[in-house]
Design a protein around this ligand. Structure first.
Ligand SMILES: NC(=O)C1=CN([C@@H]2O[C@H](COP(=O)(O)OP(=O)(O)OC[C@H]3O[C@@H](n4cnc5c(N)ncnc54)[C@H](O)[C@@H]3O)[C@@H](O)[C@H]2O)C=CC1
Ligand SMILES: O=C(O)C(=O)Cc1ccc(O)cc1
Length: 292
């Protein structure tokens, strides 16, 4: 299979490495607006060829992977359409699905038969091709949100590529995807950025970071993620994100009020409820890993 990757960063680079390692990609071309990423990808052996443009990179591809920030998908699709060969399948890895689908439909007029939206639930706070790894998706889930206009053979090509990367593929409605990810991924990133931003404002007076323990490091790891990528995600998924931010604010305020009233029972009940939910989550995750 000939693979073309547009956006050869953490995710694009990791898919390229994984498909190469699995023997599924004979020739890998890439295009990126950042020439340094392309040079690095070439010198690391992640790709075989640098495209001069999106169109040039995708022209002989069987599978095109769009691994750019979600706000850039529409313009990339507009650039690739003139060069798309019959039978080529295009997929993406964007963290939001409704906005990506809308931007593709805005460019194409309707949902094109060749487009299978996807989202790997795996990644990390580091970005750029230097951070990419062949095993990033092993044992992880990938959500596909194909519409009814998409041919089964196109879905199968994308499903099979992800399975070759070691992932389990599930299908979901785009809106459900965006609501679930708003709660489990987008809200935690917003909270981590907000917490570090808030403490950074106090830092100069009180030197607080010097005394931060492991809990602070664990909680805030994801605030090291790409600001540009997360800027795109929260804007693209604001319809699903705002209600969960509001619900979180309500729960935080209720905890704050219980602390103010010195209502030990209410504080303990909230912490116990949260702890047992997390223990249950960990058990489910471990069971899922064992069954793979
Ligand atoms: N980082 C993560 O943990 C995960 C990210 N994603 C999604 O994957 C996508 C890529 O994210 P990462 O690989 O983490 O970011 P990254 O920053 O490592 O890579 C993105 C690459 O896209 C390039 N790019 C930006 N605009 C472009 C354009 N118009 N044309 C061509 N190249 C362009 C950038 O130069 C960069 O090299 C995003 O849509 C993100 O939502 C999905 C799952 C996990
Ligand atoms: O760094 C982490 O732990 C993440 O949560 C990575 C991540 C970021 C964005 C996604 O859409 C999916 C996974």
């Amino acid at each position: 299979m000939n693979l073309a990757v547009v956006g050869i960063g953490l995710i694009g680079g990791s898919v390229a490495r994984a498909l190469r390692e699995a023997g599924q990609a004979e020739r890998i071309s890439a295009y990126d607006t950042d020439a340094q990423q392309l040079e690095q990808a070439l010198s690391l052996g992640v790709i075989d060829r640098v495209g001069h443009s999106v169109a040039d990179a995708v022209s002989d591809a069987d599978l095109v992977l769009l691994a750019v920030p979600v706000g850039a998908v529409g313009s990339v699709v507009a650039a690739l359409i003139p060069a798309l060969a019959p039978g080529t399948v295009v997929t993406d890895v964007g963290s939001t699905k409704g906005s990506v689908i809308e931007s593709v439909i805005a460019v194409c007029g309707e949902w094109p038969q060749w487009f299978v939206p996807g989202h790997p639930i795996a990644g990390g706070e580091r970005f750029g091709v230097a951070a990419s790894r062949a095993d990033l998706f092993r044992g992880r889930r990938v959500i596909l949100t194909p519409g009814s206009a998409v041919e089964e053979s196109a879905i199968e090509r994308v499903r099979s590529a992800w399975q070759s990367c070691g992932a389990t593929v599930v299908e979901m409605e785009p809106q459900h995807h965006d609501e679930v990810l708003a709660a489990t991924s987008h809200l935690p990133h917003v909270l981590a950025y907000a917490l570090v931003d808030c403490l950074a404002g106090m830092e100069s007076e009180r030197e607080i970071f010097a005394y931060a323990a492991g809990g602070f490091r664990d909680f805030t790891r994801i605030a090291s993620s790409s600001p540009r990528m997360w800027h795109d995600i929260v804007r693209a998924n604001r319809a699903a994100l705002l209600p969960v931010i509001d619900e979180f604010s309500r729960v935080l305020t209720s905890l704050r009020d219980a602390i103010e009233r010195d209502d030990g029972e209410a504080v303990l009940a909230q912490f116990q409820h949260a702890r047992s939910a997390r223990e249950q989550y960990l058990e489910t995750v471990e069971r899922a890993f064992k069954n793979q």
